[in-house]
Design a protein around this ligand. Sequence first.
Ligand SMILES: N[C@@H](CCC(=O)N[C@@H](CS)C(=O)NCC(=O)O)C(=O)O
Length: 352
Amino acid sequence: MEEKEIAKIINASQDALVARDVDAYLAMMSDDVVVCDPFTPRLVGRDAVRGYIEGLLASFSEIAFLDRKVFPLGLGAALRFTLRTRTTDGRDGTLEGVDVFELNEQRKIAKITSYFDAPGAGAPAPGAGTLEVYWGSGSPPAWRVLLLLAVKGVPYESKLLQLSKEEQKAPAYLAVSPRGKVPAIRDGAFCLHESLAIMAYLDRKYPSPPLFGDSAEEAGAIARVIAEHESYLYPALGEIARAVFSGNPAAIAEKEPAVRAAASALHDELAQLEASLAQRDYLAGPRLTAADLTVYPSIQLAVRAATRPAAAPLDLAVAPLAARYPRLAAWSARIEALPGYDATYPPHWRAA
Ligand SMILES: N[C@@H](CCC(=O)N[C@@H](CS)C(=O)NCC(=O)O)C(=O)O
């Protein structure tokens, strides 16, 4: 009897999935459901799963079971499946695999581990291969986009460009991103550059969780934080980073007055952000938004610059962040605890 009930739940979840009824599908899961498959970092929570599933479903114009069988055991089950798929760009295919489900005492799905044929590491998710993300190591604007994709659980094909080798100026890339800068995306036939534009596009396309606000007030607050960051904090940081990462002590000495002025402007901005966090957990309100994902990579670059030996004579006083800006440090820790965060964080971006 118990096993029949489990099989019924699993089958109902699969029916909801191919019927594209994402609400019904998620209603069968626990709040803290965990999903693991070969294409996405471990997803935790219904919102992350929603973003991922909506992204996957959006890439298929047709999806139907050719075969499926549930093997229940205790409070779990394995599902063997073969799906017939057609991608939105017209490619037909089949997808074969096994899902392992764990249910909790309330008969909600608490964990799904999916095993299917991954066509090679770094390859796009089946049918979702049209989203290509071009990024460069150490680029805060690129990191914003990677963070947003992680938060939404959207699969993508990572295209890491070697900026030191000027790969961003290659003619093939200029066709994607005419200014020859990262980040940029190619989504089917659609190409887009400028990190904030990419974030807005992806937020429209994958609305869960919404990162640009629901209400007019929330949208306004998010846009204000981002605009202030782009106008004041980011230019000051650029001045500091260019000097510190140039690796040329003479250049640093020559630029020292400008860098000191930039450091003072940076601290003014950090102090304002720190003060704003006295009233709220995130920069534009009680929940994570695009404002946080825009500002966070810049703060990390500031910390990284401050810990470089070349920065010692400048005494930038940004690292450790917690010493002067404890709320910003706690806010950073909240972002670093997001599911999927690690996948956006190459080790060489870490502060020394
Ligand atoms: N406003 C742009 C800035 C992009 C940008 O400046 N990217 C830098 C890396 S942080 C770049 O690609 N530099 C390489 C170059 O200019 O050749 C955005 O937000 O996307």
